[in-house]
Design a protein around this ligand. Structure first.
Ligand code: IPE
Ligand code: IPE
Ligand code: MG
Length: 258
């Protein structure tokens, strides 16, 4: 999918010329971290960082799409984030709902296929309804695949998959010996989505925080000190440059060309 460039628009639509379009990650995952610190540095309430973070996500999605990346998976709310103060959690839920309602039409028009990954039943009902609408409305779109991990936890996802497979075995639909890596992956929220090639984490934290524990087995990791609300075109280009400098060997001896 290509958005027509508006006349006079000074946009970063083109892939920076030092990046090789043939060697881009097909799937980028991002842990959007540092919204709170971004706000604190400015003497603002934490939630202002979340508000700005949404704008960054929107711009990053567009950029990935324009630059030829096929899938973007973003960590928006973890199963552990419920432990934050109630007013911050409530603000985030309301923000997700407001933004999705506002952006859905544009996302659909731009050909984005949106999915929400996580334990969605624990989300406020209004948000669940919107998520169902957004998923259905964009399911047949052929542009960038955009996965938003909401009430997502890697461990919870694995337990959910194990339970699902056990149920199938109990019902006589599946033999335990038929459970292999492919079958297991199909029971995850990410079913049908190839594993991320590149994981970006902002705000300088060197941890996974329970994100995509299965799927990141062979991802290249890029950690930047940039706080998520400041993650602009140069920061994304730098992550892609870093990726293109890597040799992916997948346990072998020779680099595997992607
Ligand atoms: C990431 O930013 C957004 C969410 C987890 C929802 P944070 O809110 O974690 O920001 P910091 O880490 O406190 O700076
Ligand atoms: C990870 O960020 C979760 C999201 C970005 C949604 P956190 O800020 O929650 O992670 P920790 O607490 O630093 O591990
Ligand atoms: Mg954080």
């Amino acid at each position: 999918m290509r958005r027509p460039q508006l006349a006079g628009q000074v946009a970063d639509v083109a892939l920076p010329s030092d990046l090789d379009p043939q060697r881009l990650p097909a799937h980028v995952a991002v842990i959007m971290d540092g919204n709170g610190r971004w706000a604190r540095q400015r003497g603002l309430p934490r939630v202002m960082g979340h508000r700005r973070g949404v704008e960054t996500l929107k711009a990053t999605l567009r950029r990935c799409s324009d630059w030829g990346i096929a899938a973007l998976t973003a960590y928006a709310f973890s199963t552990e984030n419920w432990s934050r103060p109630g007013d911050e959690v409530a603000f985030l839920m309301a923000l997700f709902e407001r933004v999705l309602a506002r952006e859905l039409e544009g996302l659909d028009r731009e050909g984005v296929r949106i999915r929400f990954l996580g334990d969605l039943e624990a989300l406020p009902e209004g948000l669940q309804t919107l998520i169902a609408q957004a998923t259905a409305r964009t399911a047949a779109n052929e542009g960038i695949r955009f996965n938003v991990c909401t009430n997502y936890g890697g461990r919870r996802e694995l337990v959910h998959a194990a339970r699902e497979l056990a149920r199938q075995v109990q019902q006589g639909l599946l033999s335990p010996d038929a459970i292999d890596e492919t079958r297991f992956a199909e029971a995850l929220h990410t079913a049908g989505e190839p594993d991320p090639d590149l994981l970006i984490r902002t705000s300088g934290e060197y941890r996974l925080s329970n994100f995509l524990l299965w799927q990141l087995a062979y991802a290249e990791l890029h950690i930047t000190d940039v706080l998520w609300p400041d993650f602009g075109p140069e920061a994304l280009a730098e992550a892609l440059r870093d990726y293109q400098r890597r040799q992916r060997r997948f346990g072998g001896v020779e680099p595997v060309l992607s």
